[in-house]
Ligand binder design. Structure first.
Ligand SMILES: O=P(O)(O)OC[C@H]1O[C@H](OP(=O)(O)OP(=O)(O)O)[C@H](O)[C@@H]1O
Length: 231
């Protein structure tokens, strides 16, 4: 007999609460109530559970629950700092989409958001150094308290360009909130005001971050195997 089932049957005999526990345990095996019982987030676990896309990942830096917890804290900080104001979140496409979507829902203020697209990396792990606006904001920034929402600050070249560009638009205040900060790669002296996690000099993907448009939908942030981009 399946050992989980045997264990669960013994519990059932003990009490009614044992029955509830059994149902949870059994449904975990069948993919039912998976979330409440998902305690393990090792790479081995993820590979087994999710399959082929994860084979290109060398190491998981932050699991989905770790990311969610940190974003909750960032939301609290922003809520506290912007009391009495209505900040405008400016999400930088495409990488910041999951982050801004989660962040705005843990800020307890009447926020609005806009999206801007710039690109400097293309299908490479190295910044081209030239930032291009692919899509500008929909609305004027005049008098607004704006917060740039980025997935990562790496060389800082994208952020430097964005800050210079947006500051010239009569904004009332302009701050930066990034999920990841890679300070060891900085080419310009720039510090985000809000930072989720400081990371080492490794090329990371997942939770919006890509390599050649892939891996954005990974639920965690992981280090990409060098072999993938050295092909
Ligand atoms: O600090 P930097 O070295 O400038 O790197 C950071 C930028 O690079 C990534 O954007 P990318 O150009 O790859 O576009 P994407 O968000 O569409 O992936 C990321 O989203 C940041 O905007």
């Amino acid at each position: 007999m399946d050992s989980d089932l045997f264990f669960a049957l013994r519990l059932t005999a003990l009490s009614q609460s044992g029955m509830i526990f059994y149902m949870l345990l059994a449904s975990e095996k069948r993919g039912g109530f998976r979330k409440p019982l998902q305690f393990s987030f090792s790479l081995e676990y993820v590979l087994e559970e999710y399959g082929v896309m994860h084979e290109d990942i060398k190491e998981i830096l932050f699991s989905a629950p770790e990311i969610a917890n940190r974003i909750q804290e960032l939301g609290k900080e922003i809520t506290r700092d912007y009391q009495g104001r209505q900040p405008l979140l400016i999400g930088i496409l495409k990488g910041a989409v999951p982050f801004i979507a989660d962040l705005m829902r843990v800020i307890d203020l009447p926020v609005s958001y806009d999206l801007m697209a710039v690109s400097s990396y293309g299908a490479s792990t190295k910044s081209s150094g030239t930032v291009r606006i692919l899509k500008d904001l929909d609305a004027a920034l005049e008098g607004r308290d704006a917060i740039i929402v980025e997935d990562i600050v790496d060389t800082g070249l994208t952020l430097k360009y964005l800050l210079e560009n947006l500051r010239s638009r009569q904004v009332n205040s302009l701050k930066v909130c990034t999920l990841l900060d890679k300070p060891s790669r900085r080419k310009v002296a720039i510090q985000p005001d809000y930072n989720g996690f400081e990371i080492p000099d490794k090329f990371v993907v997942g939770y919006g971050l890509d390599y050649a448009e892939n891996y954005r939908n990974l639920p965690y942030i992981g280090v990409l195997k060098e072999a993938v981009y050295q092909k």
